[in-house]
Design a protein around this ligand. Sequence first.
Ligand SMILES: NC(=O)c1ccc[n+]([C@@H]2O[C@H](COP(=O)([O-])OP(=O)(O)OC[C@H]3O[C@@H](n4cnc5c(N)ncnc54)[C@H](OP(=O)(O)O)[C@@H]3O)[C@@H](O)[C@H]2O)c1
Length: 333
Amino acid sequence: MNIPYVTIAATGAKMPAIGVGTFGSDHVSSFDMAQSVKLALKLGYRNIDCARVYGNEKEIGEVLKASAIPREELWITSKLWNDMHGKKNVGLSVRATLKDLQLDYLDLFLVHWPFPNYHPPKCDVTSRNPNARPYIHEEYMETWHAMEELVGQGLVRHIGTSNMTKAKLGLLLDSCTIRPVANEMELHPCFQQPELLGYVKKEGIIPIGFSPLGSPNRPERDTTETDVVDMEHPVVVAIAKAHNCHPASICLKWAHAVGIVPIPQSTKERNLRSNLQSILSDPLTEEEVTMLKKADCNNRLIKGQVFLWEEAKDWTELWDEDGIIRAPEHYRN
Ligand SMILES: NC(=O)c1ccc[n+]([C@@H]2O[C@H](COP(=O)([O-])OP(=O)(O)OC[C@H]3O[C@@H](n4cnc5c(N)ncnc54)[C@H](OP(=O)(O)O)[C@@H]3O)[C@@H](O)[C@H]2O)c1
């Protein structure tokens, strides 16, 4: 199967243009998620989006070990969880991930969130870590430089970011030695983030789109009454009718058309198959991509309430919506 690739300018490496997610949204067991990865590999997926905090790298590692697919044909991403920021922890964390995944190297290692604010798995929306802090650039750079060292050590081929804003990315690009090759960010028709997406692309950074279907089974802590359902949006549904396909496919065709690498998650063979197929055939027309701009209603789903620090007003402070990073002086060491 010929899955399209995006090429990383700095190294010439090729990232498959669609991946499969492995976050079980607090209800898919590690075993079932590993079975989904097994199925995904059988169907032709070669890009797997893992993370330490998803708690299933060991089970996925067993699947990777048992697979006959040559390592160089796979693209494996994992992420540094928030409780492992800092110079000493980054190497420990990647080694634990490599051990569990039974790999010698990762293709991509991301800083999962730009602050060290830990939340326990399966927590609810009111959960607050008393040590939570805002983004402190000097602290992030300490973590980033440790990420850079992993590249030199051959433990990871590329490094990248996740859940960054334009303001934070700008600071990172000004201070880094090794640039992020990708930024994993929430992207779906009802949350297109045009400004950040445009910036990321202009900087030659690959946008990896998480929750590309609008994460219909996301944890309750990430669900708000006013959230819009992408797969029920009238524009998405109308275009799905025209293509005689499920609205999920339109979300993925949209991502592919605008240069995003989507990483949809599914436990069902039928959905895994059709998600992959969505980007391989019957693309959207330019007119349809334009029509889909109307679906964008800035509906962020993964708002990050559980990462708020004591003085933060609400979750919008995590996202620097006015371009300003709020980090009160007393949080600096
Ligand atoms: N970097 C980050 O901070 C971050 C945050 C969130 C997510 N992620 C990554 O992004 C991945 C995807 O995001 P997500 O899991 O939140 O949401 P998503 O991929 O938008 O949605 C997944 C849900 O959609 C359903 N689904 C999949 N294909 C479908 C289809 N063709 N038709 C109808 N329903 C379908 C799945 O249920 P079935 O099992 O029933 O198919 C699953 O519950 C995650 O797994 C994770 O790897 C990263």
